[in-house]
Design a protein around this ligand. Structure first.
Ligand code: ADP
Length: 275
């Protein structure tokens, strides 16, 4: 779909993830909703929205031990609570968008997705296509979904982005987070971390060299792991990671104006990582 942009609001920006609180960050949510509404007035582009849930997901999953199969009554209850908390994030996001005049359609992950051992075995995009054609913005959060082996398992926001990329082939994916993009190191830990403004197939070896990782050595996690995962998620669709806290950034990114962030063009990267 050449007229579709997938937007991700990271859990780090729309929830109080950094403080590990079960709270929305309404300032950022409302600011983002206003900017999106301004863009929608100016373009014919359609938008699908994916939300990270921050502590509403992670903290619950840890607390109730929901990552390796649902076996006990406590875990059943924990699953229910996690689903209801993640749905709260979806509803609050939809309300923020509706308040600025946008029409939204909630598409819960457990309605469209089935997993087996935490891997997607079915992801039905029909609900998205219907919503988009009807002039609605579909909203999906990370959430617990039915799992063939584990009963229930976590489906992350990034999984939704990956499936939408694979199946709907949007024009772009823009991902808002709480830092300016991808850095050579975690910018919150290392003040010398440098923002990587462009990631292309050509400069990936250089980036890995900069962060001290060889392209040929199999390093799990770290920068290579991050890039590999991003490449898999985007599946060749151009991506952009930017700071959703900076006023005007969402609007400018969507209108393709200049923003200091990370732009990703990784068409061939999957092959070069041989995955
Ligand atoms: P979100 O919840 O917005 O999807 P994450 O919390 O998963 O985002 O990722 C954003 C966080 O990742 C940042 O707050 C940053 O501290 C951390 N981080 C770790 N390594 C890096 C890196 N190399 N570049 C950018 N951010 C990084």
């Amino acid at each position: 779909m050449d007229d579709l942009i997938v937007i991700k609001f990271g859990g780090s920006s729309i929830t109080k993830k950094a403080d590990n609180k079960f709270e929305m960050n309404y300032d950022i949510l409302n600011q983002s909703a206003e900017e999106l509404a301004r863009v929608i007035k100016q373009t014919k582009i359609k938008f699908a929205l994916v939300c990270g849930v921050g502590p509403f997901g992670h903290t619950n999953v840890k607390l109730y031990d929901l990552n390796s199969g649902i076996k006990t009554k406590e875990q059943e209850k924990g699953t229910e609570k996690t689903i209801s908390d993640c749905n709260f994030v979806a509803q609050e996001t939809a309300s923020a968008l509706e308040r600025v005049g946008l029409r939204t359609k909630l598409v819960p992950g457990y309605v469209v997705c089935r997993q087996d051992n935490r891997k997607v075995i079915l992801f039905d995009t029909e609900e998205y296509v219907k919503a988009l054609h009807g002039g609605f913005i579909p909203i999906t959060t990370g959430i617990m979904v039915k799992d063939k082996s584990l009963k229930w398992s976590v489906m992350s926001g990034d999984t939704v982005v990956a499936e939408l990329c694979k199946q709907l082939r949007p024009k772009r994916v823009v991902m808002g987070t709480d830092v300016d993009g991808i850095y050579t190191k975690d910018p919150k830990v290392d003040l010398k971390a440098k923002l990587i403004e462009n990631i292309t197939k050509e400069n990936v070896p250089l980036i890995l060299e900069m962060v001290g990782e060889s392209n040929s050595v199999d390093v799990t996690g770290g920068m290579k792991g991050k890039l590999e995962k991003l490449a898999q998620t985007l599946d060749g669709v151009p991506g952009e990671i930017f700071n959703l806290f900076t006023k005007g950034n969402l609007e400018n990114v969507l209108l393709e104006k200049n923003v200091i962030d990370t732009k990703i063009r990784l068409w061939q990267l999957l092959k070069s990582f041989s995955i």
